[in-house]
Ligand binder design. Structure first.
Ligand code: NAD
Length: 289
């Protein structure tokens, strides 16, 4: 199959690698030196998103934020200029559910289908082709995308119509963000009270407080390894989607709003490009540690 892949960052680079390894013809845009191995493995670099859309039947995006997807789809030399009837765009970035519906409607006017398919599982999930993938779109688009999604993920669900995958991802980010804040507070409390945070984490992993976040992010907090991973800046973006969505729905999400404020502070402190487990540094600073 001819596939386009745009957005070769922490996540997109290994994801595109799986498609190339499976024998597909993969057309790439903005191949940085750090992604040169994708070309050596057989990927074809092209000089615009437009050229990628012309060469591919299915175009996958893995970009940081809503304005990036907007620019790549509809900007000058963008995907829309290279599309023709019958092509499918799969957006695996985490972006606004509302804007997703608008993007899908504009592509439908060009005779093209759209599937939102954001992911959970982090860099490790991307490298191990073990991502959880949350989809929004028609059953036909989902079934067309499924063989490709199965090369990148394991738990793949059609949640509902276009936008539902992004709504599901926002819900995921609320749970992950608030749990990271909770683990950060628990570790900060344990340290202040004189207990060894490493021992506390070890003990808690056997009880009701056990979670993937306590296991993986708790370990990063203890080892002070904050290389991304998932940048605090990107997680703040996701909680912003939750808070903005809540406003439109007249909905109270008080704990989400507080965690977003903590992430604002973390970014102001210079931690925006650290892994989201570095939120503990902000809690420690508030505690005078
Ligand atoms: P990243 O910043 O590492 O990668 C984004 C890539 O997009 C970069 O390589 C950048 O050069 C490229 N890009 C930006 N604008 C472009 C353009 N106009 N044309 C071509 N390429 C362009 O981000 P990431 O961590 O890979 O995250 C990507 C998406 O996946 C985000 O929406 C993020 O929220 C989501 N996500 C990330 C993780 C994670 O653990 N990192 C996990 C789940 C979901």
């Amino acid at each position: 199959m001819n596939i386009g892949f745009i957005g070769l960052g922490v996540m997109g680079s290994p994801m595109a690698g799986h498609l190339i390894a499976a024998g597909h013809s993969v057309f790439l845009n903005r191949v940085k030196p750090v992604c040169q191995h994708l070309v050596e493995q057989g990927g074809t670099p092209l000089d615009s998103a437009r050229a990628v859309a012309q060469a591919a039947d299915i175009i996958i995006l893995m970009l940081p934020d809503t304005p990036d997807v907007d620019a790549v789809l509809f900007g000058p030399n963008g995907v829309a200029e290279g599309l023709s009837k019958g092509k499918l765009v799969i957006d695996m970035s985490s972006i606004s559910p509302v804007q997703t519906q608008a993007f899908a409607a504009r592509l439908a006017d060009l005779g093209c289908d759209y599937l939102d398919a954001p992911v959970s599982g982090g860099e490790l999930g991307a490298k191990n082709a073990a991502l959880t993938i949350m989809c929004g779109g028609t059953t036909a688009a989902f079934e067309r995308a499924r063989p490709l999604l199965e090369l990148m993920g394991k738990n793949i669900t059609l949640v509902g119509d276009v936008g539902a995958g992004q709504t599901c991802k926002v819900a995921n980010q609320i749970i992950v963000g608030l749990t990271i804040a909770a683990v950060s507070e628990a570790m900060t409390f344990a340290k202040a009270a004189g207990a060894d945070p490493a021992k506390v984490r070890e003990a808690l992993m056997g009880g009701f407080a056990a979670s993937r976040i306590l296991e993986v992010h708790g370990e990063r907090m203890i080892n002070r390894t904050f290389d991304p991973g998932f940048r605090i800046r990107l997680h703040r973006k996701d909680l912003g989607l939750a808070v903005d969505g809540a406003k439109a729905l007249n909905l109270a999400l008080p704990n989400t709003a507080t965690t977003q404020q903590l992430m604002n502070t973390a970014i102001a402190r210079g931690d925006g490009d650290k892994d989201h487990s570095a939120l503990i540094l902000t809690l420690e600073a508030l505690a005078g540690q």
